[in-house]
Design a protein around this ligand. Sequence first.
Ligand SMILES: NC(=O)c1ccc[n+]([C@@H]2O[C@H](COP(=O)([O-])OP(=O)(O)OC[C@H]3O[C@@H](n4cnc5c(N)ncnc54)[C@H](OP(=O)(O)O)[C@@H]3O)[C@@H](O)[C@H]2O)c1
Length: 239
Amino acid sequence: MLPWKLQQSHSGKGLQKVDEELAPLSAYLGVLGLTGITAYVGLTNIGDLKKGETLLVSGASGAVGSVVGQIGKIKGCNVVGIAGSNTKVDLMKGKFGFNKGINYKTTKDMKTAIKEACPNGVDVYFDNVGGEILDAALANINRYGRVINCGAISLYNKTETPTGPRHETILVKKSVKMQGFIVSDFQDQFEETTKQLGRWLQEGKLTYSETVKEGFDNIPNAFMGLFEGENEGKMVVKI
Ligand SMILES: NC(=O)c1ccc[n+]([C@@H]2O[C@H](COP(=O)([O-])OP(=O)(O)OC[C@H]3O[C@@H](n4cnc5c(N)ncnc54)[C@H](OP(=O)(O)O)[C@@H]3O)[C@@H](O)[C@H]2O)c1
């Protein structure tokens, strides 16, 4: 959470010591850092995920999404991911073990594509992107479904907020819970969550990908690359 600077000066208060024996340092920016924690606390506190349910996740080959889907598999769920290329779909189904993947960039009708990929409907939708993909997910949500609003990257750079379909009737008729969160809401769970993610990593139940760019001057490019889908897993800049 420190600013982008070549030299940092800090009292040390609030900094966390990390264990280089357990995982490479960069993992503490991703799967064992705020990214992994975001996936875990969102799924457990809001998603109330149960074995056998269908979990749909967007931004699914990215840093948060790839951990969400893998936790879904650990919990015994049917996991379907949405991402922006066929390579990313292969990554989700291969390395991350998802059941199915949808490439939203080559799919004309997302509502139908989700229906086909989730024949029993969607019990939990972990939303990293918002917008039209959220609309399509909600059109397939089951009774008592849960929608976890983690991010809305499809809207971050819009100069005007687009209007979409009204979701109120779906939420009411299907008794759906839809809740946003910021990871820091669950600060009291960080320590335990990091331990759990570390255990899964050691046991080989959890894995991760990184896209690494080199050099301090590349930080803005790397950041902007997130909006173009340039990353698989966590976008990391090595200095
Ligand atoms: N609530 C919290 O506390 C919290 C904490 C951390 C992150 N977040 C949010 O969680 C989301 C994921 O973060 P992350 O760090 O894991 O990023 P990420 O998923 O690793 O990277 C962003 C990905 O978003 C996808 N994307 C970009 N523009 C898109 C669009 N218009 N429509 C659909 N997908 C698009 C791209 O993949 P494709 O190739 O698939 O398009 C890109 O790789 C972000 O929205 C972020 O703001 C929230």
